[in-house]
Design a protein around this ligand. Structure first.
Ligand SMILES: C[S@@+](CC[C@H](N)C(=O)[O-])C[C@H]1O[C@@H](n2cnc3c(N)ncnc32)[C@H](O)[C@@H]1O
Length: 224
């Protein structure tokens, strides 16, 4: 795809027009069911945020799977927010119109933040927006929490894509106490053999008293 065709995905205006023009619901990249095997850490009572939820049924499917904790979706397009509210009525899912670069929630509100395609959309406009969004994720995620990113970018696109994600997560959370980082991140990269999106699972850890590296990566390959 030509880059001019890709860049539109970054603009809130593009998403507004897309939702205005098309009433059908869409699910980006993967469904809850398809990545459920990777989500064993999501406890039934945990608080989960879907950032840039669009009209995805990820949270609804999580609820139908027996989740009891707080479920929240945010999207920058009001029409998508209204549609998802309608679609999930009765499931006790909160859906707000919010910019992921300036979330309304207090620090350490969530145990899990899920991103399906929002960072991929935002990166088309450059690194700054992604870095700002990930700084917000880092702020609202509690220590021990996970940030699940479903992306069509491969890990070897590090400089173009993963770097601003990591920079956003670490700028606010490696705030030092003396010279010691107070938070460190783990990253598990789950790649499906034969393609499909890559699932990046970041874990926010309390750093060891000696100071841990700010990011420790592990790779996992799964049969397709
Ligand atoms: C590729 S779609 C993914 C939608 C949904 N997560 C899914 O899996 O189907 C990207 C979504 O991000 C939303 N979005 C883009 N920029 C945003 C921002 N700054 N804040 C909140 N949502 C944003 C768009 O409105 C759109 O719904």
């Amino acid at each position: 795809m030509a880059s001019s065709a890709i860049n539109k995905y970054e603009c809130p205006g593009y998403w507004g027009e897309r939702y205005a023009a098309d009433d059908s619901r869409f699910e980006w990249f993967v469904s809850f069911a398809s990545i459920r095997p990777l989500l064993g850490f999501v406890r039934r009572g945990s608080a989960v945020l879907d950032m840039g939820c669009g009209t995805s049924l990820f949270l609804a499917d999580l609820r139908r799977d027996g989740h009891r904790g707080r479920l929240v979706g945010v999207d920058i397009v009001e029409k998508a927010v209204r549609a998802l509210r309608r679609e999930t009525r009765g499931l006790e899912i909160e859906v707000y119109c919010d910019d992921v670069r300036a979330l309304r929630f207090g620090a350490s509100t969530f145990d899990v933040v899920v991103d399906k395609g929002t960072i991929d959309a935002m990166i088309c406009g450059g690194a700054a927006a992604v870095q700002a969004a990930c700084a917000e994720v880092s702020r609202v995620l509690r220590v021990g929490g996970r940030f699940v990113v479903c992306s069509h970018h491969l890990v070897d696109g590090m400089d173009d894509w993963l770097r601003p994600v990591i920079d956003g997560l670490t700028t606010t959370t490696t705030t030092t106490k003396g010279d010691q980082p107070v938070v460190a991140w783990g990253l598990d990269v789950h790649a499906l053999e034969g393609g499909g999106p890559t699932i990046y699972i970041f874990t926010k850890h309390r750093a060891s008293p000696r100071g841990a590296p700010s990011l420790k990566m592990a790779f996992h390959e799964h049969a397709g």
